[in-house]
Structure formats: C-alpha cells, structure tokens
Write a protein that binds this ligand. Structure first.
Ligand code: BG6
Length: 502
C-alpha cells in the first residue's frame, strides 16, 4: 500500500440510492475486484442510504445475491465474507434531516476511531434531481466539513445538468456546500484503460508527438457507435437524446485527451487545465454554423447485424410516437489553437448502428503522388492511426506498402497492437480505478466544474437550434446501418469520408 493509501486506510463509502441498480451491477463488483487485489483501505465500510425499508442484515442479503450474480466467477468467498460485516444500511428520505443524523452516527461507528486519516465518500447514485438537496443536507448535518485530517468527498455522475444554465446551477449548489477539491465528477469513459492510455500513448512515446499537429494531421474522427437501442431507459433518453447523453461528456473527454498540450505533470490541476484549454479553444457557433456543422437523426426500423429485425425508435416502449429526439449526432468541430488550426475534428455517436465501436482515427496528410506518376498507382491513401477504445481494444497504424509483384501497385496494411494479446484479458468494470482514486483523493480522472460547463458551452448552440426546430422533420437511418446520409454529406463536402463502422 502506498503512503497516500495508507493515509486513507479508514474509508466509508456511502451510497445514496444504495438499493439501486448501480450499486449491484457496478459498485459492488468493482469493490470486490479491489478487495481481491488488496487495494481496498484497511478499514473499509459500505453504507447504503435510501428510503427502502431495509436494515443492515437485509441490505447484506441483497448484496449476497448481487455478489452471486455480478461478482467474478473466480471470486474468493473469503473476500465477501470479510467485507460483509462492514456493510450498513441507513434508512431515510433524501430530504429528511433526522436521516442525516442517523448517517452521522453510523459513520462514527464504522470508522476505526475518531483519529485523523478517515475519509467519507458520499456517492450519489440517486436520481440527479436530488443531487443539490443531498449535498445541502450533508452540509447541514456537518458531514461536508473537513478537518483534523478527516476528508469528505462527494462523488456525482452524469447527467450533470441538461444544458449550460442547469450545469452552472448544479455546480453552484454543490460548491456552496463542498469545496471544488472535495467534488469528484465521474465520467465513466475515464475509467476505461484505453481512454487513460491516450495520455500515455501520446506523451510516453517520442515518435508521435512531433507529428501530432496541423502540419501533419489532416483530420481526426471520434466515433462512439452502439448497437443497443434505448433498452428500457426510454424515459430518460427521450428527454436527453444522443447529443446530451454522449457528447459534452464522453466524447469530449476523448477529444480533450487527443487534442491537449502536454501537461506540466500528471497532477489533477495540470491535466484538467490543459483539457479545459482545448474546450475553450472551440469557438461558439452561430445558428447558421449549427445547420452546416451538426447532424441529428433518429433510427427507424431495420435489420441488425445479427439478422434480427429491430423496431424504430418511436416504436420502442415508453417513447412518444411523435418524438423527434435524436439517437444519432455528428459534429464538425474546430479547435482554434496553434496546434490544431485548420484541422477538422469530426465526432459522431449513435444507437442501433451496425456495430459497437468506439475509436479515434487520426488521419495524416497524404504524401505527394508525384513519384508514382508513371505507375499504375492513381492515388495515395492517407496514413491513419486508429485508437480502438472498445471492443478489440488496441491501436493500429495504417500505411501503404508495395504489393508483391512485377508492377508498382500499392496496398494498405495495418500494424496492429491488441491489448488482450499483450496483456491478457483483465476483468475490470472501469469503476475500480475511479473508486480507488476517489478514496485516495486523486482527482486527475474526474471532471472539474469549469470543464463541465465549458463542454456545455460548446454544445449549447446546437441544443438551442435543435430545440427551436422541434417541428422540423428529423433525418432517419435504418437500425443496423452506418447512420444517416446527412452525416456522410458532412464529410463529403470537405472531400473526406467516415471510416466505415464494421
Ligand atoms: C452512458 C449513456 O453514459 O454511456 C448510455 O447514458 C450509453 O446511453 C453508455 O449506452 C455507453 O457506455 P459504454 O461504456 O458502453 O460505451
């Protein structure tokens, strides 16, 4: 255990909405994985808080089932047996002051002692409409106060607002009670190894950084395509749509890691400063620019790659049949910086597409054709670096080679690195690193208030324009396809095309 971990060897994770799906499906398996690796603090306690009528033992029994269903197959039963007695339940409404008093009492019981070094981690796994209220009540109960070596942290996860104004309001509420250094805003994309690797790949290698700029890069594509539909989340999704759901958060995390300048250290402040600069270099769009640079579309019925027929979005359960919510969004962004001026960044994300694929494609400028003018070669393809975030996690470098034979003919080949071949399969949920970092107080992989707001600032003109055009017909694409033709046209106008989603 490192020095920093040692300091926080006494930690209570309080989950608001503890009886919900997130605890069962994600938090608990992640905690067990951490326990298996000996990475949980020595005195660790898990406290569930919600109005569900449970007590300590009933909550533990629920988790017994979750461990069976969602825990790793190779789980050592001793790990859960050791953790189980340190699981507690506090029953109460999120707006009930007495419940917070009961929580304070439970916390004083679960900590190893009153001494310094203890940490309370308040994880809001409750619906976002309660975020501000829970923070206020924690403050009123004295549970936001740090001192005598005790740390107190608040962990929240998207949606962090639904536009710039509500994101600002939420930040204000949270920061009235907690200091920024206590607030840990999760973006689960930052829990992914391949996303964390972008920083390592760019800055731990000497060969890429010199060409990582407008002199060598033609364009960048960031794709997060899913085969899933709304999967029972219609109520939330129909009010959110693809843009809000994915772009200012997950896609912008990837974008900023790809485009940022080298930070002065891996310190949270240094990394987040650089990410913020990228977002601040994206100009605010006018209404006309939105129509030219943003595409929205909705899936209609179609055939999935599996051969199954899938219904259209508006035929899905709990979706308004007249809904115009987009299930696909594509944007062409520019970053007005010395490094990137003139290089388009194309972003797209959508549900019910042909394949599940999250990747970044960095296309380099083409070599001049001149040398090949008297050969059968009629054009040169651009070299590409493809960072496969998921699935088939890895990195490929694409370049041209001479095809074996008597004539000068070229063929495109891949030099391919695949994570699982090198490192084997690792069973992680992505939440292990995030939870452990939050326990240790390392905020590098979490979002800072100003950056969250800056992300919303970038997409706000699109939300405004699409919101104002609610009666306009929305473009569609068949389920199981590459997405709408309009997105192809966005690139075709500039002589480029998307890499196929396969
Ligand atoms: C969530 C979105 O944040 O991310 C979902 O709300 C989406 O709609 C999911 O499906 C994608 O995450 P992943 O890790 O499966 O790429």
């Amino acid at each position: 255990m490192t020095e920093a971990e040692g300091k926080n060897a006494d930690c209570a994770l309080v989950v608001f909405g503890g009886a919900g799906d997130l605890t069962r499906r994600l938090l608990l398996p992640a905690l067990l994985n951490l326990a298996a690796e000996g990475r949980l603090p020595e005195h660790f306690a898990l406290v569930g808080f919600a109005r569900t009528d449970l007590d300590d033992e009933a909550f533990r029994e629920r988790l017994d089932t979750a461990v069976k269903e969602h825990g790793r197959k190779d789980l050592d039963p001793a790990l859960w047996a050791a953790l189980r007695p340190r699981v507690r339940w506090v029953r109460g409404n999120f707006d009930e002051p007495e419940a917070y008093e009961r929580l304070a009492k439970t916390l004083s019981e679960v900590h190893a002692g009153p001494g310094s070094g203890a940490c309370d981690l308040f994880y809001l796994a409750c619906p976002p409409r309660f975020f501000a209220d829970v923070a206020t009540r924690l403050g009123a109960a004295g549970l936001a106060r740090e001192g005598d070596g005790r740390s107190r942290r608040l962990v929240v996860e998207k949606p962090l607002g639904r536009d710039l104004a509500s994101a600002r309001e939420l930040n204000q509420h949270l920061l009235e009670v907690f200091d920024e250094h206590q607030v840990f805003r999760i973006d689960h994309y930052l829990g992914k190894e391949t996303v964390q690797n972008i920083l390592a790949f760019r800055f731990a290698n000497g060969i890429f950084e010199p060409i990582w700029n407008r002199r060598y890069v033609d364009s960048v594509q960031i794709t997060v395509s899913e085969t899933l539909g709304v999967e029972g989340r219609g109520d939330y999704y129909d009010r959110a749509g693809a843009l809000r759901d994915m772009v200012p958060n997950h896609l912008f995390q990837v974008l900023t890691l790809i485009a940022m300048e080298p930070p002065s250290s891996l310190d949270a402040g240094a990394v987040r400063d650089e990410k913020g600069k990228v977002l601040r270099s994206i100009p605010t769009w006018s209404r006309e620019q939105v129509s030219a640079m943003a595409v929205r579309a909705q899936y209609r019925d179609g055939r999935l790659a599996s051969g199954r027929e899938a219904p259209g979005y508006v035929e899905e359960p709990s979706i308004d049949p007249a809904s115009r919510t987009e299930t696909y969004a594509a944007l062409r962004l520019k970053i007005d910086s010395w490094r990137w001026a003139g290089v388009p960044f194309y972003l797209r994300t959508g549900k019910r597409l042909k394949a599940r694929r999250s990747e970044v494609v960095v296309r380099f400028r083409r070599a001049p054709l001149q040398l090949f003018r008297d050969t059968p070669v009629s054009g040169l393809a651009s070299n590409q670096l493809v960072l496969r975030l998921q699935p088939r996690e890895g990195i490929a470098l694409r370049f041209e080679v001479k095809r074996p034979g008597l004539e000068m003919k070229l063929g495109r080949v891949d030099m391919d690195f695949c994570y699982s071949e090198y490192f084997g399969q690792t069973a992680t949920t992505g939440y292990e690193t995030l939870l452990r970092d939050a326990m240790r107080g390392d905020a590098t992989l979490f979002q800072r208030a100003d950056n969250v707001e800056e992300g919303w600032r970038v997409v706000q003109p699109v939300l405004d324009a699409w919101g104002a055009a609610r009666d306009d017909a929305v473009a569609t694409y068949p389920a199981g396809s590459q997405g709408p033709n309009e997105a192809e046209a966005l690139l075709a106008r500039e002589g480029r095309h998307w890499n196929p989603i396969e």
